[in-house]
Design a protein around this ligand. Structure first.
Ligand code: IMP
Ligand code: MG
Length: 336
C-alpha cells in the first residue's frame, strides 16, 4: 500500500466521505490529503455516534495517527477551516499548503449575486468559481499571506512525496464528481476545475508515476444538485417513494435523483484510470442489504446489481456501503 487516490464517479455526493473515513481507519494511512476545488464540497462522516459535514478537512481525520493536509490546488476559506478544526479536534495534525488560494467575502458575494452562476449553473454559492477566476488572473491571495493561517502552513507536496518515497501509505481525497469536471463534465453545468484523478494528483503535487490505486466511488443511484442534464431523472414524489430523496450538505438544496447510470460509470472509470470501485448506499436501493458485512450476506438482488456493475465497468467493486456509518461496509479486498 502506498498512494491511493479516491474520486467521485458521478455528480458529487457519491459518499466519498464515508469511503475515505473507512479506508483511513482500515488502511492506517500516515497522511490523508484533501484535493479538489474547495468549500463547495461537503463530505459526510459518521463515526462513533457523531456526524461531521466536512468542506475542507479530509474525511480521514478520524484516523488519529494520520496527518491531515490540504494541497495547494484547493481553495481555502479561513472561516470554514477554523470551524472544522474546532469540530474535528484535529489540532496540530492539520497542515495546509502556503499556496492554497483564499476565498474571500467578495468571492462569495459574487457567486451568490451572479444570476449566471447562481441561477443558470446552480453553483453552491461558496465563492469557489470567482476565487478560481482570480487565481487564474494571478490576483488571488494565498495562504502564506494570511497571518491567522501561519500556524498551519507546510510544504504539502514535499510531505506527501516524502511519505510515498518511504513506502508509507497516503490517501488523496478528491471532491465533486467526474461529470462536474470543467473539462469532462456536462459543460457548462460543471464546477470551476477538473475533478478527475489526474487533477486530484496535481492538486496535491503528486506525479502520475507515484499512484498505486485509483478508487472511484459511485452511489447505487445517481443524484445531482444544481442545473444540468440528469438521465432518467425521477419526479420528487417518486424519489421520495424510493427513499432516494436527499438534501445537499453545503447548500441544503434538494438533490435530483435518477437510477444508477451504467454508461456514465463506464466512462468515469476510463476518465479516471480507476482500478477499484466503491458503491455506497446499496442498503437504500435494496433494504435487505442493510448492515451486511460480507458479500455472502447479500441477497440475490443486491448481488446481481453489483455483478452487473462489474461487468459494465470491468474493474472490481471492492467496497460496498450497507449503512451510513464509516464501518458499515463490505470490504472484498480481504477476500482476494
Ligand atoms: P460550484 O462548484 O459551486 O461553482 O457549482 C457548480 C456546479 O457544481 C453546481 O451544479 C453545484 O451544485 C455542483 N457542485 C459543486 N460542488 C459539488 C459537490 O461537492 N457536490 C455536488 N455538487 C457540487
Ligand atoms: Mg457532497
Amino acid at each position: 500500500m502506498t498512494c491511493h487516490v479516491l474520486v467521485g464517479g458521478f455528480f458529487g455526493d457519491e459518499g466519498k466521505g464515508k469511503i475515505v473515513s473507512y479506508l483511513a481507519i482500515k488502511d492506517e494511512p500516515v497522511i490523508c490529503v484533501r484535493a479538489g476545488v474547495g468549500t463547495n464540497a461537503g463530505h459526510t462522516v459518521e463515526y462513533q455516534g457523531k456526524t461531521y459535514k466536512l468542506r475542507q478537512i479530509s474525511s480521514g481525520f478520524i484516523q488519529k495517527k494520520a496527518k491531515i493536509l490540504i494541497g495547494p490546488g484547493v481553495l481555502v476559506n479561513p472561516d470554514v477551516l477554523k470551524k472544522e478544526v474546532e469540530e474535528t479536534g484535529v489540532g496540530e495534525r492539520l497542515k495546509i499548503d502556503g499556496q492554497c488560494a483564499i476565498i474571500e467575502t467578495k468571492h462569495i458575494e459574487e457567486d451568490r449575486s451572479s444570476s449566471f452562476l447562481k441561477e443558470k449553473i446552480g453553483s453552491t454559492g461558496s465563492g469557489c468559481g470567482p476565487c478560481n477566476v482570480e487565481r487564474v488572473m494571478r490576483k488571488a491571495k494565498v495562504a502564506k499571506d494570511i497571518p491567522e493561517l501561519a500556524q498551519y502552513i507546510t510544504d504539502v507536496p514535499l510531505e506527501v512525496n516524502n511519505a510515498i518515497d518511504e513506502g508509507k501509505h497516503v490517501i488523496i481525497e478528491g471532491t465533486q464528481g467526474t461529470f462536474l469536471s470543467l473539462y469532462h463534465g456536462t459543460y457548462p453545468f460543471v464546477t470551476s476545475k477538473d475533478t478527475t484523478a489526474s487533477q486530484a494528483c496535481a492538486d496535491v503535487g503528486v506525479g502520475p508515476t507515484k499512484v498505486d490505486e485509483v478508487f472511484i466511488v459511485f452511489k447505487a443511484y445517481t443524484t445531482r444538485v444544481g442545473e444540468g442534464h440528469l438521465q432518467g431523472e425521477l419526479s420528487e414524489e417518486e424519489a421520495k417513494k424510493r427513499g432516494w430523496f436527499e438534501t445537499a450538505t453545503v447548500t441544503g438544496r434538494k438533490r435530483r435523483a435518477a437510477p444508477f447510470n451504467f454508461e456514465l460509470a463506464r466512462r468515469a472509470v476510463m476518465l479516471n484510470g480507476a482500478t477499484q470501485a466503491a458503491i455506497t448506499k446499496l442498503d437504500i436501493v435494496y433494504p435487505e442489504c442493510t448492515g451486511a458485512r460480507s458479500i455472502d450476506k447479500l441477497p440475490e438482488e443486491g448481488l446481481s446489481f453489483i455483478r452487473k456493475v462489474e461487468e459494465t465497468i470491468k474493474i472490481p467493486v471492492n467496497l460496498i456501503g450497507t449503512g451510513p456509518g464509516a464501518l458499515d461496509i463490505i470490504d472484498r479486498r480481504s477476500e482476494l
